[in-house]
Design a protein around this ligand. Structure first.
Ligand code: HEM
Length: 422
């Protein structure tokens, strides 16, 4: 007996397949219109096909789970981050968008094409540039921004904490790297696989969303005995050493628990993205001693100043024989650690050409952090904003906050609980 028959939904599926066949369209829920009709059209039917995580796929991260992938997943070497503006007008259409994205996301994370070509007279359903690649540890993480709740009335489902971040000292935030109704974070060990995922998800949603801004990023991830180490940022320091580790710690810091948030967001997390330009030319004229004092860590080992191991305890109140602080009180780590809040950092470097007015690299950090409440970030950034030595070398140019849904169960779709009373 087929899976479809067991579930008692065969008739619906067969008729849907027949319809797809009759119209010459792929079977994965992605409808391709004749090119004269404008290429990719909306998907058919009210429902969606629940795809399976393929446990035999190589270099594969599971899509389904308690929390979304791409949060506590070890950082891959590439990101393509997209912030989208929603064009549809009703919550039903918005819900349909997430239904359409769900099976496509599973297939992409399996390293599969989103749909097979069944008719050569129409544009290929999958754009094809990831053909021949395995899953490359692709993760897709979906979130919704404060502006979405201005466009759609979700009543008291809107969490009070989901709002644009306040202005911090020295911020030079530009709208074209900021905000958005929906975000999709695609991370993979191959840049083109990450790009392909966003390209196809946006294509499926053609006419229903537009891209507001996007940013590609990269990391050098050193491997030791097959295990990924801490990546270095463009200042050459290991970035991500002091992060929550393990599910229990992540539940404390990263994933909202029931009683801490709206029910649709339990198991979800807030993503904060900051596009931070790093003034590499100034940094490269700075002595190593000064660079290390800026962070409070040694550059090569990543160890706290005065220690040797990357994971040695960072004791910010340690004093030398003269009674002076070993880790300077203006250093990045001292200030980040001197407040109670913690967060999970999962940042990527970027290089996006040249700044016209100065001829400098337009390069820096696509800082991404996950926390159960944006106030964790705000507390740390306020501490840094006032006197962080690193401020001489950076400018924050983009800012966005998104509530990332909890993980998806097979048969359900991304963000289902947000729409549950429709
Ligand atoms: C270009 C900007 C930034 C750079 C280059 C940078 C770099 C670093 C480095 C090298 C470390 C030490 C190693 C580690 O624990 O990962 C660190 C730690 C840390 N950073 Fe940043 N960072 C940046 C921005 C931020 C921002 C915007 C925040 C949050 C508001 C932040 C929060 C933290 C925290 C919480 C720690 C760990 C402190 C600890 O408990 O030891 N960083 N960062």
């Amino acid at each position: 007996m087929t899976e479809e028959k067991k579930n008692g939904v065969m008739d619906k599926k067969v008729s849907r397949r027949n319809m797809l066949k009759m119209t010459g369209i792929g079977a994965a829920g992605i409808a391709i219109g004749a090119s004269g009709m404008g290429g990719i059209l909306s998907t058919f039917g009210k429902d969606f096909v629940a795809e399976d995580d393929d446990s035999t796929a190589k270099n594969k991260v599971n899509f389904y789970g308690k929390n979304q992938p791409g949060i506590t997943t070890p950082a891959q070497s590439n990101i393509y981050f997209a912030s989208l503006t929603v064009l549809v007008k009703t919550k039903e259409e918005l819900q349909k968008l997430f239904k359409d994205w769900t099976p496509a996301a599973v297939k992409l994370m399996n390293g599969e094409k989103i749909a097979a070509q069944t008719n050569d007279m129409v544009p290929p359903p999958d754009t094809g540039e990831a053909k021949g690649m395995d899953a490359q540890n692709l993760t897709l993480t979906f979130g919704v921004g404060p502006s979405l709740f201005k466009k759609f009335d979700f009543g008291d489902k809107k969490p009070a904490e989901l709002k644009n971040l306040p202005h911090f000292p020295k911020d030079q935030i530009e709208e074209n790297y900021s905000h958005g109704d929906i975000c999709i974070q695609a991370c993979a060990d191959d840049a083109q696989v990450a790009f392909h995922a966003i390209r196809n998800l946006v294509r499926i949603a053609s006419g229903r969303v537009t891209m507001k801004w996007s940013q590609a990023g990269f990391n050098a991830v050193p491997m030791t005995d097959g295990k990924p180490g801490t990546p270095r940022n463009l200042f050459a320091f290991k970035d991500g050493t002091e992060n929550p580790r393990g599910q229990a710690d992540a539940d404390k810091v990263v994933f909202a628990q029931s009683s801490e948030t709206k029910s649709w967001l339990v198991g979800g997390s807030y993503l904060i993205a900051r596009r931070i330009q790093m003034h590499l030319e100034t940094w490269d004229r700075t002595a190593l001693d000064e660079q290390e004092a800026t962070f409070g860590r040694h550059r090569d080992s990543g160890a706290p100043i005065g220690k040797t191991g990357e994971f040695d305890a960072m004791e910010i109140d340690r004093k030398d024989e003269k009674g002076e602080l070993v880790v300077p009180d203006t250093s990045h780590v001292f200030l980040a650690k001197s407040v109670k809040s913690r967060l999970l950092r999962r940042s990527f470097s970027y290089a996006s050409g040249v700044i016209d007015s100065t001829g400098a690299h337009d390069a820096g950090l696509l800082f991404i952090s996950f926390q159960k409440d944006p106030k964790q970030f705000i507390e740390i950034q306020n501490s840094l904003g006032r006197m962080d030595k690193m401020n001489e070398y950076i400018t924050h140019r983009g800012s966005a906050v998104f509530a990332c849904f909890p993980g998806v169960k097979k048969g359900s779709f991304i963000g289902e609980a947000l729409f549950s009373t429709l």
